[in-house]
Design a protein around this ligand. Structure first.
Ligand code: ADP
Ligand code: ASP
Ligand code: MG
Length: 439
């Protein structure tokens, strides 16, 4: 069994939807196909929810009408058979009616999650109808019948495995099983989601649950690029990545992958292939447990970082100082990304400012606290084992004209990270590309 996940950008028009079906048909053997919402739909559903939170029902209705019209227009070019066009029209009408039902009453997170789920439900059902129209041996299985997160909002892999298997067993002769990415039920049985970009995680969880031979993530670029193509021109694809390298890149901003989607694949040793729907013949990127010795792979950047420095004259020989500092972050359920220490203090970064004021207040008991906001972590990933001499100086050398607030190296064998001002991000990424990847 193979898992094929298609992102929203891969299905942005009728012709792209048909191309996706062609790619699914080309793949031999049984497969589970995971669909994200069509391009921009989730953003629009969030916009609708924002208006409903603000009780601006007119504005919400205007966007709902526009989105519905867009779907109705789209399907005119998708189906040839009147029957399937009718089915699609009815589907769209009923889902938009249910979205409108939430414009009348109290609007909470509960209702928002239901609205956000409509994107994946619509896309997967429309794709399913298209495959049906082409006489494919396909079934649609509802992700809400097997996806579940636990009380810590972590995927419940035992439950997923058991319930998914039941769904598959109900249709033993099917060739293609279609389902939705991103959406799940939570520990209370409510409709929830795996956060933005979470369809990649769905694909990986399903892959792990069925011990798939491969997980394919189809998107709009030729695999993992060696730098962020949104900021740097002429990036090149990285053909092979170790699971750990891919996880570092995803966590530190390579949007092509959801940060947590590598772990289930790695734990089950299932190769992940990143492929391009616009250039299906390209080889893309293969992520596996095979390390390419001595290679610098890629650069990624994560914004929205805050750096906090705690300086204490008493840190010298003061055992327990770091424990006290870390405990404060733990008390406010705020995780730390980067850490650097010196004899007089410690600097850490966080990407969540929710409890920043409280944290700073508590930290002040232990020293002088300074804060730098609007920062970016830039992370260079590859085989950076410390006996591979020269890589550190090459990366540091690339940043000779850029003010660097923190450097972190040695936490893993795969990454060296720099903290810089977000305003310097583009030139930092470019400088790293120029120095590391130009022959
Ligand atoms: P999908 O809709 O298929 O899930 P995403 O927008 O989530 O697609 O991810 C693909 C996008 O990730 C690319 O279009 C690209 O702009 C962005 N991206 C950021 N960093 C990288 C990188 N290092 N390699 C490839 N793509 C990247
Ligand atoms: N549709 C969701 C989003 O836009 C999930 C995904 O695309 O993976 O974030
Ligand atoms: Mg994505």
């Amino acid at each position: 069994m193979k898992i094929l996940k298609f992102g929203g950008t891969s299905m942005a028009s009728a012709s792209k939807m048909k191309e996706v079906v062609r790619l699914i048909n080309k793949e031999e053997g049984k497969k589970i196909v995971v669909f994200s919402a069509f391009s921009k739909t989730t953003n629009t559903l969030i916009e609708i929810s924002d208006y409903l939170y603000k009780k601006n029902v007119d504005a919400a209705n205007e966007i709902i009408n526009q989105l519905e019209a867009k779907y109705n227009q789209l399907i005119l070019d998708v189906y040839v058979d009147e029957f399937y066009l009718n089915e699609a029209q009815n589907l769209i009408s009923s889902h938009f009616q249910s979205i409108r039902a939430y414009t009348k009453d109290l609007f909470t997170l509960f209702e928002e999650k239901i609205i956000l789920a409509q994107g994946e439900i619509l896309s997967s059902t429309l794709m399913y109808l298209l495959m049906k129209e082409q006489n494919r041996n396909v079934v649609l299985i509802d992700a809400l019948s097997f996806m579940r997160t636990d009380k810590n909002f972590e995927p419940d892999s035992t439950y997923i495995k058991e319930k998914l298997q039941k769904q598959l067993d109900a249709f033993p002769d099917a060739d293609i099983y279609v389902t939705q990415g991103y959406i799940t039920r939570n520990a209370y049985g409510e409709i929830d989601n795996l956060e933005r970009g979470g369809s990649d995680l769905t694909a990986s969880l399903i892959g792990a649950a069925v011990q798939a031979e491969e997980i394919q993530i189809w998107t709009d670029v030729d695999g993992m690029q060696n730098n962020d193509p949104r900021y740097v021109e002429n990036t090149s694809p990285v053909r092979r990545l170790l699971f750990e390298e891919a996880a570092e890149l995803a966590y530190f901003g390579a949007k092509i992958l959801h940060p947590t989607c590598i772990l289930p694949a790695k734990l089950n040793n299932i190769p992940v292939r990143l492929l391009n729907t616009m250039q299906p013949e390209s080889q893309g990127t293969l992520i596996s447990n095979k390390m390419e010795k001595g290679k610098m792979k890629a650069v990624a950047a994560k914004d929205g970082i805050t750096a906090i420095k705690i300086k204490s004259g008493r840190m010298l020989l003061a055992h327990g100082f770091l424990r006290k500092v870390f405990e404060i972050f733990e008390n406010y359920q705020t995780s730390i990304d980067m850490i650097v220490t010196s004899e007089v203090g410690v600097s850490v970064t966080v990407d969540n400012e929710k409890y920043l004021a409280d944290i700073l207040n508590d930290l002040k008991k232990y020293g002088t606290v300074t804060v730098d906001e609007k920062m970016t972590i830039v992370c260079v990933v590859g085989d950076l084992e410390w006996d591979n001499i020269g890589f550190e100086s090459k990366t540091v050398g690339a940043l000779k004209d850029i003010p660097v607030r923190m450097i972190s190296y040695g936490g893993s064998n795969y990454n060296i990270s720099f903290l810089i001002k977000t305003e310097d991000k583009k030139r930092t990424l470019q400088a790293l590309s120029d120095n590391l990847f130009k022959n």
